[in-house]
Design a protein around this ligand. Structure first.
Ligand SMILES: O=c1[nH]c(=O)c2ncn([C@@H]3O[C@H](COP(=O)(O)OP(=O)(O)OP(=O)(O)O)[C@@H](O)[C@H]3O)c2[nH]1
Ligand SMILES: [Mg+2]
Length: 192
């Protein structure tokens, strides 16, 4: 396939910076990654389908190869909710309300899930890549005002005893849901 530039489409500058940083490590990809700041509609569906829909819209709008990503936070006690709607839950409930929602449940386990979707152009069925990070929801710990907001202070990574906000960048980059998914994206892009 003759691709020399892929658009990474997101409205979130932190997500963009992280994707660029992770992809710039390791073997060099034979494509230029070009950031496009665009807020795409996220239609109601299962996480992988939300990403595929974002990807189809982006490929249509930009008429070229596109990569998008959507992050979910899935609570076991809530059968996977809020999932892809976590952004709106945090905006409307703030962290106190979110914690209250889980108060009645003993099981506080949760998973960060990241779904990338890639399409070589409009009209192509997007391919998806999933990365997961297990943990649990805890009372907030770590600096407030960090780039991912309060959610990062509520999620404690399994096996680390530290919240997302308390982790150092290098360790996170090695283990995060986004890094795990991007390892699969890289593997796929290298086959094109
Ligand atoms: O603690 C965190 N560590 C992370 O690594 C992380 N990645 C995303 N998020 C948050 O989860 C929601 C997903 O929303 P999301 O995937 O739709 O992102 P977005 O709307 O900001 O950008 P985009 O959809 O334009 O790409 C948003 O509230 C993000 O702030 C994270 N929180
Ligand atoms: Mg979004």
């Amino acid at each position: 396939m003759n691709i020399n530039r892929i658009y990474f489409v997101t409205g979130n500058p932190y997500k963009l910076a992280e994707v660029v940083a992770i992809l710039s490590e390791g073997p060099r990809l034979p494509f230029e990654l070009q950031a496009v700041q665009l807020e795409l509609p996220e239609l109601q569906a299962q996480p992988e389908e939300i990403s595929r829909q974002k990807c189809r819209l982006a490929a249509e709008q930009l008429q070229g190869p596109v990569l998008v990503e959507d992050t979910s936070l899935c609570c076991t006690a809530l059968n996977g909710l809020p999932g892809p709607y976590i952004k709106w839950f945090m905006e409307k409930l703030e962290f106190e309300g979110f914690l209250r929602m889980l108060e009645g449940f003993e099981d506080k386990s949760a998973t960060f899930q990241c779904v990338f979707a890639f399409a070589p152009g409009p009209g192509s069925e997007p391919v998806t890549f999933v990365g997961r990070l297990p943990g649990r929801i805890v009372a907030p710990r770590g600096p407030s005002g960090s780039k991912w907001g309060d959610l990062s202070r509520l999620f404690e990574l399994e096996g680390y005893g530290r919240t997302y906000a308390e982790m150092d960048e290098a360790t996170l980059r090695a283990v995060s849901h986004r890094s795990r998914a991007l390892a699969l994206v890289r593997e796929y892009l290298l086959t094109l």
